[in-house]
Design a protein around this ligand. Structure first.
Ligand code: SAM
Ligand code: SF4
Ligand code: SF4
Length: 380
């Protein structure tokens, strides 16, 4: 019998309506999930569109001319995003990351950043606001982003070699423009700058040392290069374990050229293991999502472009916060911030996701019919 094809557009909408507690309960900042993990980090996808077609994220044959991206009316407005962020901050979130798709394609993003920059933690501290971008238009936008209140930025860059880079972004985009974006970010004072390289064995693993050398020589210790293991996110990238280059091998290859010393984690829940160059040339990191799961202190939630809350990068179902933002109670009143916060509290309290720790067992169970949400939709 033939396989049933479910359009991606339908899959990405899978979400449940969050229950609102009958009694108001103001957030305490002390939320904890079933595994005792707090909520500290909210990643916000501001668009599902992208001008690149990295094969590990938005392969061209799926995300082609006929692919239906979300209509503008589906997206959360800046005011709605800021409202959700405020609710999460009351629950203990102190770090916001704007992502996508390509976040810099969202028109007037700096207006959103300026709104988010006014938020304060319950202790009165400003938030750590950052952005992950492919860097394609960063040279043009860096100053406006900085002026709006962005403090730092992460730029994805998978190769220094122009031919390999163009092949990996699959839209023939030149590496020089991304390097110019990083230089512009540095010039306007966005710091620290992080560069993320997704390593695929056989595709760009021979770029590890050249990219590290370039970052050391041209950007200096203020720019931290991080190597990410190629992950089995979504359902379209044709992921294979034999294309994953374990971080341990990255560290070994780098260490043979530039001796490295291990550093302590700088914050609980940090995704990267950090190393410094023994000669004082700066820092590098590895993110070993496949070979060394870090679910046990995962304090991250993700808000999709259209306001669905996801509790894990590998989730196959979200929680429809937009329905609360735009809907009303049975009594016909708009839901209040406290009520929505109550719903978020219930959702987080039930959380027990730890996909990376269970990866092997869950893949063996791949016939269960569940299909994971795509990364460009919930954000990296
Ligand atoms: N478009 C922006 C960018 O590329 O930086 C932001 C969104 S992108 C989904 C966020 C991050 O996810 C990027 O650093 C990207 O390299 C990473 N990513 C996407 N697919 C991945 C995969 N299959 N494995 C590991 N990292 C992935
Ligand atoms: Fe676009 Fe980023 Fe995905 Fe590449 S990784 S396709 S740049 S969203
Ligand atoms: Fe967090 Fe899920 Fe990633 Fe584990 S697999 S670290 S729970 S996002």
């Amino acid at each position: 019998m033939g396989e049933t094809i479910i359009p991606l557009a339908d899959l990405r909408y899978a979400a449940t309506l969050p229950p609102v507690p009958a009694q108001d309960q103001a957030p305490t900042g002390l939320l904890s999930d079933r595994l005792g993990r707090p909520l500290r980090d909210l990643r916000i996808s501001v668009t599902d569109r992208c001008n690149f077609r990295c094969s590990y994220c938005m392969p061209k044959d799926v995300f082609d001319r006929d692919y239906r991206f979300l209509p503008h009316s589906s997206l959360l407005s800046f005011e709605e995003i800021t409202r959700v962020a405020r609710i999460f901050v009351a629950h203990g979130v102190s770090k916001l990351r704007l992502t996508g798709g390509e976040p810099l394609l969202r028109k007037n993003l700096e207006v959103l950043i300026a709104q988010l920059a006014t938020l304060r933690t319950p202790q009165g501290q400003p938030l750590d606001i950052t952005l992950t971008t492919n860097g394609s238009v960063l040279a043009r936008k860096a100053q406006a982003l900085r002026d709006a209140g962005l403090k730092r930025v992460t730029v994805s860059l998978d190769a220094l070699d122009d031919t390999i880079f163009r092949r990996m972004n699959d839209v023939d985009f030149p590496v020089a423009d991304v390097l110019a974006g990083i230089a512009a970010a540095q010039r306007v004072g966005l710091a620290p700058i992080k560069i993320n390289m997704v390593v695929k064995r056989g595709t760009n693993d021979h770029e590890i040392v050249p990219l590290a050398r370039h970052v050391r020589d041209h950007f200096g210790p203020g720019v931290v290069l991080r190597f990410i293991e190629y992950m089995d996110v979504g359902a379209t990238n044709g992921w294979r374990m034999d294309e994953v280059l374990p971080s341990a091998e990255v560290v070994q290859r780098l260490g043979e050229v530039f001796p490295l010393q291990a550093l302590q984690a700088s914050a609980p829940g940090e995704t990267a293991q950090r190393w410094c160059y023994a000669d004082g040339g700066g820092e590098v990191g590895v993110i070993s999502s496949v070979t060394q799961a870090f679910c046990s202190d995962c304090n991250r939630a993700r808000l999709s472009t259209e306001g669905k809350l996801f509790l894990c990068l590998f989730a196959n179902r979200g929680h429809d916060l937009r329905a609360l933002l735009r809907g009303s109670s049975p009594a016909g009143q708009p839901w209040t911030d406290t009520q929505i916060a109550g719903a978020v509290g219930l959702i987080w309290g039930q959380r027990e996701d730890r996909y990376s720790e269970l990866r092997g067992a869950l893949q063996a169970d791949a016939g269960s019919g569940t299909r994971r949400v795509e990364m460009h939709y919930i954000g990296g």
